[in-house]
Design a protein around this ligand. Structure first.
Ligand code: HGY
Ligand code: MN
Ligand code: MN
Ligand code: MN
Length: 398
């Protein structure tokens, strides 16, 4: 048994929420490398030290709290979406902190904790753990820009004074990540715990249509080269062409659009937008990419628009480790008998990257109303504590 303390865990979870508190519900605004994110990481490093762990920032801002040369690793991320909930990422970090702290106090097995940087993909897709894994070089990461044009290299220079060496993945025997479900299934079935068996794959790419900026009153419709109309046509056509290829679990999203110059009386000269798609089957993701590229080229051709594609970032779908899954399943049955299930994750997590380095598993607790990536994201306190207990029991079994 690892004697975790729910009150201390909840207090830390609420303390982390104060960094970048939105003032709307419990929501947070704590994007990677914002002031709030940096302050939160410094606070976390302090909590790790107080727990007897050795805090260490690596060159991309991933924060580890190390329990020795060889240990189980637990954690998630403490950055948020531009409008984020208080639990997305934070729950896994603070669960990890409490389990590591309690294990240390009880003289139990060593447990280390981590908060990865930019899981939410301000610069792409799970940037901190993707670089740590070695899939993206630091040089290539440094060149990526966020939607405001800030490069990852310039952003991480903000924490250069704290950055130490890389932490070797060899130090860890496995990784366990607790997270909120961020979807509706556990709440709808009245279950408390999800034992994750697989994580979907994702592709993400910036697309730009360039037309002719012009006067919105005097330019006849048939003479326009309107970049936004290109985006609108593209959006309708891909939905049509994906039919017959996609399943109920396939999703795609245009979540960011920037029109230039973005004024009521100007025909937009440029439309830059994000195109993201996710599925559990890598081959389907590839076929969707072909449709996306071909359709954009066709629309550009029909409308006399320029077209360019940014770098495509992505991660393939992965399965979770069977032994670690079983430890979580056993623990879930002890804490919430009959009220748990195995399920895939439709959201992306750092666990995807870590599954290429060590055995990995994930555990979910319910999300109220299935809402996440929104200020109103929340989970019942009893479910948060149940999740902590499942994690602590599973860690003790390993
Ligand atoms: O978008 C995601 O799936 C994750 O929250 N980064
Ligand atoms: Mn998350
Ligand atoms: Mn998220
Ligand atoms: Mn005028």
């Amino acid at each position: 048994m690892i004697p975790v303390q729910p009150d201390r865990f909840l207090a830390d979870l609420h303390a982390l929420r104060q960094f970048g508190a939105s003032g709307i519900g419990k929501g947070v605004i704590r994007p990677a490398y914002s002031d709030a994110d940096i302050e939160a990481r410094k606070w976390l490093a302090g909590r790790m030290a107080e727990a007897g762990l050795k805090p260490r920032f690596d060159p991309v801002g991933n924060l580890f709290g190390l329990a020795g040369d060889r240990s189980l690793l637990m954690g998630s991320h403490s950055d948020s979406q531009p409008e984020g909930g208080w639990l997305d990422g934070a729950l896994g970090v603070i669960c990890g902190l409490e389990v590591a702290r309690a294990a240390k106090e009880a003289g139990g097995p060593p447990v280390s904790v981590v908060s990865f940087q930019d899981e939410e993909g301000r610069w792409g897709v799970t940037t901190g753990s993707t670089v740590w894994r070695g899939k993206l070089s630091l040089e290539d990461a440094d060149r990526l820009t966020d939607h405001g044009g800030l490069s990852f290299g310039d952003a991480r220079a903000r924490m250069a004074d704290l950055a130490g060496d890389w932490v070797s993945p060899e130090m860890f025997t496995g990784f366990m990540e607790a997270h909120i479900e961020q979807g509706p299934w556990l709440e709808q079935s009245g279950e408390t715990i999800g034992v994750v068996n697989a994580i979907v794959g994702i592709r993400d790419m910036r697309i730009t249509f360039t037309g002719q900026q012009n006067h919105a009153g005097t330019t006849p419709m048939h003479l326009r080269r309107d970049a936004f109309q290109g985006l609108a046509a593209f959006n309708a056509k891909i939905a049509e062409r994906f039919k017959g290829l996609v399943t109920d679990a396939t999703v795609w999203t245009i979540g960011h659009v920037a029109l230039t110059p973005s004024a009521s009386s100007i025909v937009p000269g440029k439309a830059v937008f994000s195109m993201q798609w996710r599925d559990g089957d890598a081959a389907r993701l590839d076929r969707m990419e072909r449709i996306i590229r071909d359709t954009a080229a066709e629309v550009a051709d029909e409308r006399g628009l320029g077209l360019s594609f940014g770098e495509m970032l992505g991660l393939d779908p992965v399965d979770m480790d069977a032994r670690l899954q079983d430890a979580l399943a056993e623990a879930a049955e002890e804490v919430a008998p009959g009220k748990w299930r195995r399920m895939p994750s439709g959201a992306l997590h750092d666990a995807t990257n870590l599954s290429h380095l060590m055995p990995v598993s994930m555990m979910f607790v319910p999300s109220i109303g299935g809402i996440s990536h929104d200020f109103t994201e929340d989970t019942d306190e009893a479910d948060l504590v149940a999740g902590l207990n499942v994690l602590a029991r599973a860690a003790a079994k390993l």
